[in-house]
Design a protein around this ligand. Structure first.
Ligand SMILES: *[C@@H]1O[C@H](CO)[C@@H](O)[C@H](O)[C@H]1NC(C)=O
Ligand SMILES: *[C@@H]1O[C@H](CO)[C@@H](O)[C@H](O)[C@H]1NC(C)=O
Length: 989
């Protein structure tokens, strides 16, 4: 159908010929920029959310229109004939998830036509990822992966590389977006709409909406980008210039024989709007974003009106209008050869001011979505690490054309990065759709977090053994504790040489068993057939990019230490010390609270307090707290009662402290013998709402650290940015939301410091957090709210789980990790252990009979046995591509000056990383691997920054890679992307 319509249009329309009462009217749309005039660049665009109120597929096919009349197929179908009708018309398209759905269905003829439109520049792909990813709740590796996938499709189908970043809808903008997903993918500019209204007002007045953004202190001017925050704070046309068929803007009526002729009035309105915008914009070029969400379902109506505007406005002559694209606009700005103001850091948090009725003091901070839908956020992060490891394994085994491959997971992960997916700002049925797509690509024990893993719950007393293969996706050797639920008790764990190793059995507490029953039946539809009794734990030591096998068998008596719980009821005098190694946590014997953290190894001895509290979400009809917005109305400490009983399990590998904080918060703190951090597993929910209040649950860690309002949070898991409470670098902040306005997104961690000590908290998913009071870190763990916050989703964020005809509020379980260090020593842990959180061991199980002795390959490492990556380098991508070439990304993990030893140039010996294969050819690529890096650098626009000498971008980078030596150098925070060709005669592993 689509193909037929396109063809018909090609045949019937010759040029822009419009029949008016028997005479042809030819609109002159041929202009370009004119010097000396105010140039209005009309950028025709549609913004197509890859899921929000409807699922991605519903948006594509145009179903479920009672929710939202939106059909992306209509947009693309009607666009092509509209562009063919006039070669001056231009359009940009962004979301490859939709474009690829459409492209697959097109005939060869249509494909040929579209290719011509792309090569002539009439249709331009910008941004070019599968979706327009979020910038707060996303991890940088996921942002890179989803962008790479989209760029790869564009390269394959059109042989072009997008030039422009177009993040018009996300709710705040990250430093990583600017320097990695902007400059390092070869973009020449980055456009977006949503920034703090106070920032916007200041920038408008100073004509500083357009800046040169240096997103990374370490990368400096070598990774800077031209960045433009749209003057109106949205990505729509100026008021009165909307032309979807049912929009109420006045169409341009230029037929004098009909009533309501309005050409002069429309031209005047156009000129006024252009001058208004020029007043806050440097130079005589302004951009009009002609489109918005899901527009151009009937593209002709937009283009017909724009044709007329261009014709009559240029005839009028006060300003000059023409069809443009962000690339043309960027080139026009660049050609001015001016210096631009410098911007560093990021654009978080974002706030809007509501001027409804008399309440113009209402500030709505978009900081709730940093935590909204914490279960989906956790799931996305788990699968991110899994996807990284799965691609490594796929590479070792060799990509299998007939499948299974990691492709469906790649697609599901890409879509989940959309700014209404991992953000938690979609409708519930859409959230379910994302989760379903993710689950299709995931194989490991998905319910291990609720101690449900049928593969390990086998009866080993009847002559069976369980082999556990432990895979380490990191480039370093790693030693860490593995925990699995088991049903047998007399267990022996041995390594692949047959040597019995230390292990411990920790009884699974009743609270976990009932959670397990409920959730296992909610997710599998039936009750689990067995009930595990213990968590079996042992320490696995695994080589880099490799695995080790462990064998679990049963014996007469257990070689594994059975842990006996000891409960303290609060009548103990003195403290209760926990921890089998150098780290000791001291709990109060009278109220069971954590009071002290002592690490004998680095002489940290600090008093602290850890607690929970909740905010009541504002229910104000003008601005409630909801999926996007955090608007607290009162904070309430969660009292654990006078005497909280404390149950302690002490074992040779780690101790566990169990605390029932209240009927819906359970906390387990683990202190490992060989680790110097505390691991806190929280289980929060169902959050009660019977008092009619929505609640946002936070945990606080209070110390006496004098951090003087200053704390640090990461940008998408990469660079740490300095945050100062109630302060913004770029303008004088009017503080009106002292809590919500100090919240920042956290993906790796948050830390604060004084003259002697650093406190770091690392997280296992995206959360919001802050330091609201000196010495204190606060992170938001869960939110359940009863009112919609009026940003369009039109649903309260009230997640429930249903099983066996009962529904209850969603329970969330996760971990955070706490460590104190002497000043200047915290980054080693944050960076190295941060990689371990992101890339946990991957476990595989196989049941064997008693006589079985061992696998032929019980242990393996892809690397030379004498080699390991330097402590400051991580492998971000190791992936075999469809054509057999291999994509490799290496990242330096430290910023300039972050660590006294590790913030230095590092080297990687590729011959030793791939010790069993021969590298024939190596090509350095742009970050999204769609062009060679040298080509990207050659094309890169070199912008001038105000106030700085025109020094060229010479910030340190590793040198070129010698194809014989194959040694890669990386400077601090540098990320390098390569395509490798290996010899075809594979060495078999
Ligand atoms: C131009 O901008 C300034 C500063 O924002 C403002 O005061 C003034 O009213 C604006 N003028 C016009 C014509 O919009
Ligand atoms: C805050 O809570 C109080 C009741 O505790 C209520 O009267 C008031 O309307 C709430 N304000 C907002 C903005 O929700």
């Amino acid at each position: 159908m689509a193909a037929f319509r396109v063809l018909a249009a090609v045949l019937s329309v010759c040029c822009v010929c419009v029949l008016v009462e028997g005479k042809f009217m030819v609109y002159n749309t041929s202009g370009g920029a004119v010097s000396g005039k105010l140039n209005v660049h009309l950028v025709a665009h549609t913004h197509d959310d890859v899921g929000w109120l409807k699922t991605v597929d519903q948006y594509y096919v145009g179903s479920n229109n009672s929710i939202q009349g939106a059909c992306v197929q209509n947009v693309l179908d009607s666009l092509i004939p509209a562009l063919l009708a006039d070669k001056n018309r231009k359009f940009i398209y962004v979301e490859q998830a939709f474009f690829q759905r459409w492209w697959r269905e097109q005939s060869d003829l249509v494909k040929k036509t579209v290719k011509k439109l792309v090569s002539s520049g009439q249709l331009e792909f910008i941004n070019g990822g599968m979706c327009m990813h979020d910038e707060a709740a996303t991890h940088y590796i996921d942002m890179i992966d989803q962008t790479t996938l989209g760029h790869w499709y564009i390269k394959r189908d059109f042989n072009v590389t997008p030039r422009i970043g177009w993040q018009i809808d996300p709710f705040g903008h990250s430093a990583v977006q600017a320097y990695l997903l902007g400059a390092e993918v070869g973009f020449d500019a980055l456009y977006f709409a949503r920034i703090d209204y106070q920032d916007r007002a200041k920038r408008s007045g100073d004509k500083k909406l357009e800046v040169i953004w240096q997103g990374s202190k370490s990368r400096g001017s070598s990774s800077q980008i031209f960045a433009d925050a749209f003057y109106a704070g949205n990505y729509e046309p100026p008021t009165g210039f909307y032309y979807e068929v049912n929009d109420d803007s006045p169409v341009v009526q230029d037929d004098m024989d009909l009533f309501d002729y309005n050409v002069q009035e429309r031209v005047n309105a156009f000129v006024a709007a252009a001058i208004n915008q020029a007043n806050v914009t440097r130079s005589n070029h302004v951009m009009w974003t002609m489109g918005t969400d899901f527009k151009y379902q009937y593209a002709h109506t937009w283009f017909r009106n724009m044709d007329k505007l261009i014709h009559y406005v240029n005839q009028d002559g006060r300003v000059n209008a023409f069809y443009s694209t962000p690339s043309i606009y960027t080139d026009a700005k660049y050609a001015l050869d001016e210096s631009w103001p410098l911007k560093s850091d990021d654009y978080f948090p974002n706030v809007i001011k509501l001027c409804i009725r008399y309440a113009d003091r209402i500030n709505a901070y978009w900081t709730g979505y940093f935590t909204s839908r914490p279960a989906i956020k956790g799931y996305v992060r788990v699968l991110s690490g899994y996807y990284l490891a799965a691609r490594q394994l796929e590479f070792f085994r060799g990509r299998n054309k007939s499948g299974p491959t990691t492709d469906s997971l790649a697609d599901a992960m890409a879509i989940a990065q959309h700014h209404d997916a991992v953000t938690g700002t979609e409708k519930q049925h859409v959230a379910n759709d994302y989760a379903k797509r993710l689950s299709i690509g995931y194989e490991e024990c998905p319910l291990l977090n609720i101690s449900y893993c049928p593969a390990t719950e086998v009866d080993l007393s009847v002559g069976k053994k369980l082999a556990v293969l432990v895979y380490n996706p990191l480039g370093w050797k790693r030693t860490a504790v593995v925990r699995i639920p088991v049903i047998s008790e007399n267990l022996i764990v041995s390594d692949y040489t047959g040597k019995v190793i230390l292990s411990q059995l920790l009884p699974i507490v009743n609270a976990s068993i009932s959670k397990r029953k409920f959730h296992a039946s909610a997710y599998t539809g039936g009750s689990p057939s067995s009930t595990p009794k213990y968590w079996l734990a042992f320490t696995a030591a695994v080589p880099p990019l490799g695995f080790s096998t462990y064998v679990i068998s049963s014996g007469q008596s257990s070689a594994s230490t059975k842990l006996i719980p000891k409960t303290f009821d609060g009548s103990q005098t003195g403290g209760i010390e926990v921890g089998p190694g150098s780290l000791k946590l001291i709990y109060s014997g009278t109220d069971g609270k954590l009071t002290r953290y002592i690490n004998g190894k680095n002489s940290v001895n600090i008093s602290l307090d850890q607690s929970y509290s909740y905010y009541v979400g504002s229910t104000d009809e003008l601005q409630a707290s909801g999926a996007y917005v955090f608007r607290p109305n009162g904070t309430y400490p969660i009292q654990s009662g006078e005497k909280t009983p404390l149950t302690v399990f002490r074992g040779p590998l780690y101790d566990e402290v169990h605390q029932t904080i209240n009927p819906w918060i359970y906390q387990i703190t683990r202190v490992y013998k060989d680790k110097e951090h505390a691991e806190v597993e929280f289980t929060v929910g169902p959050i009660p709402i019977d008092d009619g209040n929505g609640k946002e649950i936070v945990t606080q860690i209070k110390t006496k650290i004098g951090n003087n309002k200053t704390f640090y949070t990461d940008s998408n898991g990469r660079d740490f940015l300095e945050r100062i409470r109630d302060y913004r670098t770029d303008w004088d902040l009017q503080v009106n939301q002292p809590i919500a306005g100090n919240y920042y997104p956290i993906n790796l961690g948050i830390y604060l410091k004084d003259k002697s000590t650093e406190m770091s908290v690392l997280v296992d998913r995206s959360v919001g957090g802050s330091s609201i009071v000196d010495g204190e870190v606060e992170i938001m763990l869960h939110r359940r709210l009863l009112h919609d916050d009026g940003r369009g989703v039109d649903e309260a964020l009230n997640e429930t789980v249903c099983a066996l005809d009962t529904c209850s509020g969603l329970t969330v379980q996760g971990n955070y990790y706490l460590r104190f260090d002497p000043l200047g020593e915290g980054s080693k842990w944050r960076r190295s252990f941060g990689q371990e959180i992101y890339s946990p061991f991957l476990l595989a199980f196989s049941e064997q009979d008693d006589k079985w002795t061992n696998f032929p390959t019980p242990t393996f490492s892809a690397m030379d046995p004498s080699y390991s990556l330097p402590d400051n380098i991580a492998i971000l991508t190791l992936q075999e591509l469809e054509d057999g070439a291999v994509l490799l990304r290496l990242a330096h993990l430290y910023e300039v000056g972050e660590d006294k030893d590790l913030s230095s140039l590092a080297t990687v010996e590729l011959k030793k990383v791939f010790s069993n294969r021969k590298i024939n050819k190596i090509k350095e690529m742009s970050l999204s691997a769609n062009q060679e890096r040298s080509e990207m650098e050659r094309k890169r626009l070199s912008w001038k920054v105000e106030g700085s000498s025109t020094k060229p971008a010479t910030d340190s980078r590793g040198g070129p890679v010698d194809p014989v030596k194959l040694v890669v150098e990386l400077a601090p925070m540098e990320l390098r992307t390569f395509i490798l060709d290996f010899s075809s005669n594979l060495v078999q592993y």
